[in-house]
Design a protein around this ligand. Structure first.
Ligand code: HEC
Length: 90
C-alpha cells in the first residue's frame, strides 16, 4: 500500500473510531484535542507522543486506551492520515 492509499484508509478509520472526540477529519474545536497540531506541539517527538498516547491512553483526561482495540497496522494508517493534515498552530 502506498502512502496515499494508507492515508485514505487511515482517514476512514479515524472518522469511524476517533472523530466523535477529535472531530471529523481531525478538525476538532477543543485545542487540547486538536490532532492537526501534533507537529506544531511536539515537533520531532510527535511520533512518540502519538504512539504512546494511543497505546496507553490518558485515562485521567478522557482519552481511551486503544492497545487492545486497534492493531499496529490500523494505528499506522491513522497516523499516516494525521501526518497529511498537520497545520501550524494559530
Ligand atoms: C472518548 C473520547 C476520545 C476518543 C474516542 C479518542 N480520543 Fe484521543 N484524546 C481524547 C482527549 C480528551 C484527549 C486530550 C487529553 C489531554 O488533555 O491531554 C485526547 C488526546 C489524544 C492525543 C494526544 C494529543 C496531544 O496533543 O497531546 C492523541 C494523539 C489522540 N488523542 C489520538 C486519538 C486517536 C488516534 C483516536 C482514535 C483511535 C482517539 N484519540 C480517540 C479523547 C478521545
Amino acid at each position: 500500500m502506498d502512502d496515499q492509499a494508507q492515508a485514505q484508509e487511515g482517514r476512514s478509520l479515524f472518522n469511524q473510531t476517533c472523530a466523535h472526540c477529535h472531530g471529523p477529519d481531525a478538525a476538532a474545536g477543543q485545542p487540547e484535542r486538536n490532532l492537526r497540531h501534533l507537529r506544531a506541539r511536539y515537533g520531532s517527538d510527535m511520533d512518540d507522543v502519538f504512539r504512546s498516547t494511543v497505546i496507553n491512553g490518558r485515562l485521567d483526561k478522557g482519552m481511551p486506551v486503544w492497545a487492545e482495540v486497534l492493531d499496529a497496522k490500523t494505528i499506522d494508517a491513522i497516523y499516516g492520515f494525521l501526518k497529511t493534515v498537520q497545520e501550524d498552530a494559530e
